[in-house]
Design a protein around this ligand. Structure first.
Ligand code: AMP
Length: 192
């Protein structure tokens, strides 16, 4: 019997319309959260559905496997739901990229612009080795500010970012452009 992971080998992303429609039905839109005008994609309803959660994780893992990473990095907070599981499936380590002041050892830190104001992301300075192949994972690509900063931090530490992956991409916000070279950016589901 073939596993779901084997079945999704050679996966073309984004997923075909039928699979996207199936998964999009599991995602709940929350209007005006966390502030007016934002439609928040609530993935907790997808996480709670065993079949779709497994499909998403298996699909992400299979695509990551093809990129031959040495390690999987994930962005706090919802990237931590996917990245460690993918790392576990591939038999690799997981590197957390966190909000300021959370990591206990020496950190590298990068500030980036938000729509209003700035934010900062941090990584332990010894978390990735020079030349290590890293796939970076988050739940959702919006403007690309967060993932762009995370990718820059990994590059600053000498790592080679071989993929930047998301479950959901809000394509109308053109986040790929902010990620620089978008050829290694992948997402399962795209909106607009
Ligand atoms: P950005 O830096 O603009 O690409 O924003 C990406 C981060 O913000 C991700 O970690 C997402 O979890 C979160 N985010 C931004 N916009 C949304 C949205 N409309 N729905 C859910 N999460 C979002």
């Amino acid at each position: 019997m073939t596993s779901q992971t084997e079945k999704s080998a050679g996966l073309t992303l984004p997923l075909d319309d039928k699979k996207q429609d199936w998964l999009k039905c599991k995602i709940r839109d929350i209007p005006d959260f966390p502030k007016p005008g934002i439609i928040f994609k609530d993935l907790t309803t997808l996480f709670a559905d065993a079949e779709s959660f497994k499909f998403v994780l298996d699909s992400m893992a299979e695509h990551c496997r093809e990129l031959k990473p040495d390690v999987i990095a994930g962005i706090e907070a919802r990237g931590f739901i996917f990245a460690p599981t993918i790392a576990y499936q591939l038999g690799l380590g997981f590197v957390p990229m966190r909000k300021p002041g959370k990591l206990p050892y020496k950190v590298e830190s990068l500030q980036y612009d938000l729509e209003y104001g700035t934010d900062r992301i941090e990584i332990h300075s010894d978390a990735v080795g020079h030349g290590h192949r890293v796939v970076l994972i988050d739940d959702l690509l919006a403007t690309g500010g967060t993932a762009g900063a995370a990718r820059q931090l990994l590059t600053n530490l000498g790592a080679k970012v071989v993929g930047v992956g998301f479950v959901v991409e809000l394509a109308f916000l053109k986040g790929r452009a902010r990620l620089g070279d978008s050829s290694d950016v992948f997402s399962l589901l795209t909106y607009g």
